[in-house]
Design a protein around this ligand. Structure first.
Ligand SMILES: [Zn+2]
Length: 310
C-alpha cells in the first residue's frame, strides 16, 4: 500500500485498528484523543489523521466505482494484451478485493499442495508477477451477470480467472477447474463446503433485538429484512451472523439502521456500515477458538479477544 499521498485504499479493519490503538492510549495516558489519532496515523505512515479520513472517503468512492463497473482478473500474459482502448489497469480494485482474491488463490493452490496453505508472501508474488486486474473502460454497455462471460469472449480469446460485473463476481473458468468436492471430510473441506452455502436468517424476537440495538436515532431500524445491500454488493454467501469492525458486536443477518442511502450497523450510535465494515461471525470465531458459534447480542468481541493482542 502506497501511503505517501492521500489516494490510498485503506481497509476498514485497518482504520478500526488505528482507532482502537488511539482509544487504548487515551485510557492509559489521558492525552487528547485527536492528538493520539494523529500519532497512530503517523506511525502507520500517514502524515496525520485527516489523511486517514481522506483515504476512507477515497476507498468508499473506489468501492462505488467498482460496484458500477466491470473488472477482470487475468493471467498476466493474456491480460496485458487487452490494455489499451477498452481495458486499463485497476490497482484500486486489486486493493479493494485483495482478501477475496487471496482466498480464491488459496482455494485453487490447495489442489497442488495439501499440507501448507498459500502464504501472504507467495500471494503477493503471484499477484505481482502472474496476474493483472483490469477495468473495462470502453463505451459499451455492461452485460448482465449471466451474459458476462459471453460478452467478454468478444473482447478476448482468453477467459479471465475472475470477472466482476457491478460488484458481483463470477469464475468463467470454473468448469475447467478440477472439482474440489471429492476427498476426505477434513475440517477445511467442511469449511469450504460451508462457504458455498447461504446460511438461514436467524429468527429472533423483535423486542429482544430492539432492546439490544437501542434507539436508532434519526435512522430507521430494519429487522429481519432480506434487503441488506451487502448481498448485492459483495455478492458473498449469506451468513447468519455478522460482526461489526467498528463496535465489535455481532448482529443477525437482515438487521441494520437505514440512514439515508446507507445501511449502518444496527447498534445505536455505531458508525460502521453493513457492507465494508461487516465481517462474517464465522470468520471472527475462527480466529478466536474461545468464541461461541452463536454470538451474544450486545456483547463486544475483540478481534483478537481470546489470544494475543493485535
Ligand atoms: Zn457496529
Amino acid at each position: 500500500m502506497k501511503r505517501s499521498d492521500t489516494l490510498v485504499i485503506i481497509p476498514p479493519v485497518a482504520v478500526s485498528r488505528l482507532k482502537q490503538q488511539a482509544k487504548k492510549r487515551q485510557r492509559e495516558t489521558g492525552r487528547p484523543h485527536h492528538e493520539l489519532l494523529d500519532e497512530v496515523a503517523k506511525e502507520a505512515g500517514f502524515n496525520h489523521w485527516h489523511q486517514v479520513a481522506e483515504a476512507v472517503e477515497y476507498t468508499r468512492q473506489a468501492e462505488q466505482r467498482f460496484r458500477s463497473g466491470l473488472y477482470v482478473l487475468m493471467d498476466i500474459k493474456e491480460g496485458l494484451d487487452l490494455v489499451g482502448d477498452d481495458f486499463d489497469h485497476a490497482p484500486d480494485a486489486l486493493a479493494l478485493r485483495y482478501q477475496f482474491i487471496f482466498d480464491w488463490m488459496k482455494s485453487i493452490s490447495s489442489d497442488v499442495d495439501d499440507d501448507r496453505p498459500l502464504s501472504a508472501e507467495e500471494f503477493q508474488e503471484a499477484i505481482n508477477d502472474d496476474y493483472v486486474l483490469l477495468r473495462y473502460t470502453g463505451d459499451g454497455r455492461l452485460p448482465s451477470k449471466g451474459k458476462a462471460t459471453e460478452w467478454f469472449r468478444e473482447h478476448s480469446f482468453w477467459a479471465p480467472s475472475i470477472l466482476w460485473v457491478r460488484g458481483e463476481h463470477l469464475f468463467p473458468m470454473e468448469s475447467a477447474r478440477p472439482e474440489e468436492e471429492e476427498g476426505d471430510e477434513s475440517d477445511s473441506d467442511e469449511e469450504e463446503h460451508l462457504d458455498r452455502e447461504d446460511e438461514p436468517m436467524p429468527v429472533i424476537d423483535e423486542a429482544l433485538l430492539k432492546s439490544a440495538f437501542g434507539s436508532p436515532g434519526k435512522a430507521k431500524l430494519i429487522l429481519n429484512a432480506e434487503t441488506m445491500e451487502r448481498f448485492e454488493i459483495i455478492a458473498s454467501r449469506k451468513r447468519a451472523w455478522y460482526w461489526c469492525l467498528h463496535c465489535e458486536r455481532a448482529y443477525p443477518q437482515g438487521s441494520y439502521r437505514q440512514r439515508g442511502s446507507l445501511q449502518m450497523c444496527p447498534y445505536s450510535g455505531c458508525g460502521g456500515d453493513t457492507v465494508m465494515d461487516a465481517w462474517s461471525w464465522a470468520r471472527v470465531a475462527k480466529e478466536n477458538p474461545g468464541y461461541p458459534a452463536t454470538p451474544e447480542l450486545g456483547k463486544a468481541y475483540p478481534l483478537y479477544g481470546s489470544s494475543q493482542p493485535a
